[in-house]
Write a protein that binds this ligand. Structure first.
Ligand code: NDP
Ligand code: HSE
Length: 439
């Protein structure tokens, strides 16, 4: 039903690249349905870009483009703002201004949310406006809203998954076709999956930002990007991928956020992003291309799995439009989005306290006593070995060791000790092994 007395809601779109151009197309192609769902029409009033004169082949007049996002946001006739430019500044200033002026904001900007989310929520509270950001995590997959709203009656214990499409595309290509890292990254960039600076993807910054957002929502605790232990995939070699394959595993860049009871009492959380080997039988192992998948475990709900396209213009625009409908409806009815929930303020554990398993490949001298010496380096650090495989090659041998669960500090101490042993020619690869039942 259309609320005839209400004027159209006018939108400022900041950014018209991979995501923004698909937002424009969806706003155009779904206009009638959006009007019916919201109750009033949406009107795209202005689009801010860097290069206004660029040919864009979009169903909008040329004079709608501006290179002055700040002026567009401040215009009296703008009701809602969509930010799909990215980066910290000037996006933070535009969004904060809009929220304080009472204009609700939809953003896909995970970097900014992970850096300064609480300040944005405060600006929304001050302006009586809404801040929605479903597209910031896992593209098209509804994950923010379930954590922010649907699961508010439960206690989340763990969030684990693949939240970066670009790195998943690269690792899947390396695993399935033997593609090289650089070629796979070029393809992911051409397909619109990578960030403006793909270092954010391959060094794990993008996944760490998403991990911070998910952990904040899941555990009602402020977690920013700096709280997240981060390792990217640039050190993952074809040999690591082959070694994983021999173990019946595959390599994935995982985001893991876990709540745990501390020995001294009270709960703490650990939040990390790093490559890990997971068994091929694990559901995450089959997640290929730029798809994302996230498991959420909660005390009452048990295990939930969210799966879908984690990157790309149209999938991300779907999440943006979903949020746009929500903020538009709120605007019409006077409702408000939930604000920030950080009451639990749990301690964020350092990585050294994380319980995990390691896969270690060592190039060692092939002579008597070597295995015993290597084994004692593990036992001196309190790390129990699960399996050992040895392959001889000339005077040397390759030892492949998989450990039982130990603290990350004990495991990295072991590896450090191995690096200093005369019989160890090289620590060829070290990778965590995940995918066991939660601990
Ligand atoms: P693009 O680089 O494709 O587009 C960025 C847009 O912002 C361009 O239209 C550009 O203008 C405009 N822009 C850049 N700087 C300015 C500026 N100073 N003033 C005005 N406009 C500016 O990025 P994406 O669309 O890929 O990503 C946008 C946001 O969405 C980012 O926060 C990203 O992290 C997030 N995101 C992206 C996903 C994806 O799959 N691509 C998925 C999920 C989230 P011009 O066109 O003139 O260059
Ligand atoms: N660069 C991001 C990715 C876009 O590859 O997942 C989606 O957030």
């Amino acid at each position: 039903m259309v609320v005839s007395e209400h004027p159209p809601l006018r939108i400022a779109l900041l950014g018209c690249g991979t995501v923004g151009s698909e937002v424009v197309r969806l706003l155009h192609s779904q206009a009638d349905d959006l009007t019916a769902r919201i109750g009033v029409p949406l009107e795209l009033a202005g689009i801010a870009v860097r290069r206004a004169g660029r040919t864009r082949d979009l169903p909008v007049p040329a004079d709608i483009f501006t290179t002055d996002p700040a002026a567009l946001v401040a215009r009296d006739d703008i009701d809602l703002v969509i930010e799909v430019v990215g980066g910290i500044e000037p996006a933070r200033t535009w969004i904060t201004t809009a929220l304080k002026l009472g204009k609700s904001v939809v953003t896909a900007n995970k970097a900014l949310l992970a850096e300064d989310g609480p300040a944005l929520h405060e600006a929304a509270a001050a302006g009586g406006s809404d801040l929605y950001y479903e597209a910031a995590v896992a593209g098209a997959i509804p994950l923010v809203r379930p954590l922010r709203e649907s699961m508010q009656g439960d206690r989340v214990t763990r969030v684990m998954g693949i939240v970066n499409g670009t790195t998943n595309f690269i690792l899947s290509s390396m695993d399935s076709t033997g593609a090289g890292f650089a070629d796979a990254l070029d393809e992911a960039t051409a397909l619109g999956y990578a960030e403006a600076d793909p270092t954010a993807d391959v060094e794990g910054f993008d996944a760490a930002a998403k991990a911070a957002i998910l952990a904040s929502l899941a555990f009602h605790t402020r977690v920013n990007a700096a709280d997240v232990h981060r390792e990217g995939i640039t050190e993952v070699t074809a040999a690591d991928v082959a070694s994983a394959r021999e173990m019946g595993c595959t390599v994935k860049l995982l985001c893991i956020a876990e709540r745990r009871r501390d020995p001294a009492g009270g709960d703490s959380i650990g939040v990390r992003v790093h490559p890990a080997m997971i068994p091929r039988s694990h559901p995450l192992a089959g997640v290929g291309d730029a798809f994302n998948a996230v498991f959420v475990e909660a005390e009452a709900a048990g295990q939930l799995m969210f799966y879908g396209r984690g990157a790309g213009g149209a999938p991300t625009a779907s999440a943006v439009l979903g949020d746009l409908v929500a903020v538009a409806r709120n605007r019409i009815t006077g409702a408000r989005a939930p604000g920030e929930s950080s009451y639990a303020a749990l301690r964020v554990r350092p990585m050294g306290e994380t319980l995990t398993r390691y896969h270690v490949s060592l190039d060692v001298a092939d002579r008597a006593g070597v295995l015993a010496a290597v084994a004692s380096a593990f036992s001196e650090h309190g790390v129990s070995i699960s399996t050992v495989r040895q392959e001889g090659h000339g005077a040397d041998a390759m030892l492949v060791i998989v450990t039982h669960v130990a603290t990350d500090a004990a495991l990295s101490g072991t590896v450090e000790a191995l690096r200093h042993m005369e019989i160890v020619r090289d620590v060829v690869s070290v990778m965590r092994v995940e995918g066991e039942p939660s601990r």
